[in-house]
Design a protein around this ligand. Structure first.
Ligand SMILES: Cc1cc2nc3c(=O)[nH]c(=O)nc-3n(C[C@H](O)[C@H](O)[C@H](O)COP(=O)(O)OP(=O)(O)OC[C@H]3O[C@@H](n4cnc5c(N)ncnc54)[C@H](O)[C@@H]3O)c2cc1C
Length: 383
């Protein structure tokens, strides 16, 4: 019997992991990806228990550990440029967590290597999805059309698959009135293996300098820009710089690099909360269906587990409808828990009651503490 053809839209962590597991299960998988080949973006991602378990199961744990971020020192710096604390992460609360910190581009490259035999078309997007009796007719931006048994949307928080099938975007957005951005910064400090953390009221900047090459900055600040601002480079830059306008240290210098290089990422901190993740033969995985934001520090782990559970459900049942239902049933409690935590962290982070200690010494403490308290689930228990 011919194995079902499955199209996966998006070659980020969720799409690549889903491709890996579906391919292992014998499905005939194809990937499409909006960005050009060799142009993966991102700052630091954190993987915890379930995500690490998935790395083991995909046979890439060692490769990921070998290329994890090199952060030998975390320096908390104040407005006057004074280092208030300098810690070796392997000895602090954050460092004792069972976790792996890795840049998104490196992680995606490792995953892509595992699925390099699977066809992947870059610079490609879906423009239309029409279900018929035997599958889904797909129209692509390139003008191509094709027919698949199933379509998996792994195209991130602004998922086109979700827009085309559900058509009610605003119903699923759960914004936290916070923005974040990641961007490249040249190594003007001449630092290596260091992460700087700067925190002021309701805004933070972290700056990571790896062993070699350019640094990467991340900023978090309050706001809910309208889409026109998100689309316009100049407006976006002004919007991101404004909250930091009176900050000291090297904050303004770092912010000057915002928008100067390709591969910057700017978005609102939000959850995607949907009553169901599938409609007919189309199903969502990862941020497209259940984004939990970087604040939860679990989005990538959840995406990996989602791909695994979905592939497993499709293997267990010959009926895709049953499989999609089983996938949701198994994933919902995990997603719910992670999304609730991200909301709690967002509220704590925005609160003026964020403890003096947190603000002064560890801007990411609310995240670390939220993760610390969490009881991990065994992925096998979800099956
Ligand atoms: C550019 C980028 C940088 C990021 N950097 C960080 C970071 O530094 N730290 C962090 O915590 N989180 C980051 N994230 C989010 C993080 O990767 C996800 O929350 C998490 O890993 C879940 O992954 P995902 O595959 O579901 O979604 P994503 O990581 O968003 O991946 C979605 C993929 O789909 C592609 N895509 C989008 N639209 C289409 C389309 N219409 N057709 C085909 N492909 C499409 C995107 O290019 C991307 O490769 C980033 C996301 C992106 C897109």
């Amino acid at each position: 019997m011919k194995s079902p053809r499955i199209l996966i839209c998006g070659a980020g962590p969720a799409g690549l992991a889903s491709a890996y597991w579906l391919d292992q299960a014998g499905f005939n998988v194809e990937l499409i990806e909006k960005r050009p080949r060799d142009n993966v973006e991102g700052y630091l991602l954190i993987l915890h228990g379930e995500g690490l378990e998935m790395l083991h199961q995909m046979g890439i744990y060692e490769a990921a550990c070998a290329q994890q971020a090199n952060i030998q020192q975390i320096k908390h710096v104040n407005d006057r440029g004074r280092i208030i604390t300098q810690i070796n992460p392997s000895t602090c609360e954050f460092g004792k967590l069972k976790q792996l910190v890795i840049t998104r581009d490196v992680l995606c490259e490792i995953l892509a290597e595992q699925v390099k035999h699977i066809p992947c078309r870059f610079n490609e997007q879906v423009t239309d999805l029409v279900e018929d009796e035997t599958g889904v007719r797909v129209a692509f931006l390139s003008g191509r059309t094709d027919h698949f048994d199933l379509v998996i949307g792994a195209d991130g928080i602004h998922s086109m698959t979700r827009k085309l099938i559900w058509n009610r975007e605003e119903d699923f957005w759960y914004p936290f009135d916070l923005c974040f951005a990641f961007f490249k910064v040249p190594n003007f400090m001449g630092e290596h293996g260091v992460e700087y953390r700067y925190q002021a009221f309701q805004r933070a900047l972290t700056l990571y300098y790896p062993s070699e090459g350019d640094g990467r900055a991340a900023i978090f600040f309050p706001g809910a820009p309208d889409p026109a601002i998100l689309r316009d480079d100049q407006l976006r830059k002004q919007f991101a710089q404004a909250p930091f306008a009176n900050d000291g240290w090297e904050v303004k210098r770092v912010l000057d690099y915002f928008g100067q290089y390709e591969n910057q990422y700017f978005d609102c901190v939000a959850n995607i909360r949907m009553p169901t993740w599938s409609k007919g033969r189309v199903c969502l995985v990862g941020d497209s269906g259940y984004a939990s934001s970087p604040l939860g520090a679990h989005a990538t782990s959840v995406a990996f587990v989602g791909g695994y559970i979905l592939a497993n459900a499709l293997t267990q049942s010959a009926d895709y409808r049953q499989a999609f239902l089983a996938y949701e049933e198994k994933m919902r409690p995990f997603v719910f828990e992670v999304q609730q935590r991200s909301e709690k962290i967002a509220n704590r982070w925005k609160s003026k009651y964020l403890s003096w200690f947190d603000r002064r010494f560890d801007p990411l403490a609310p995240i670390s503490r939220g993760v610390w308290k969490r009881k991990e689930i065994g992925v096998k228990d979800l099956l």
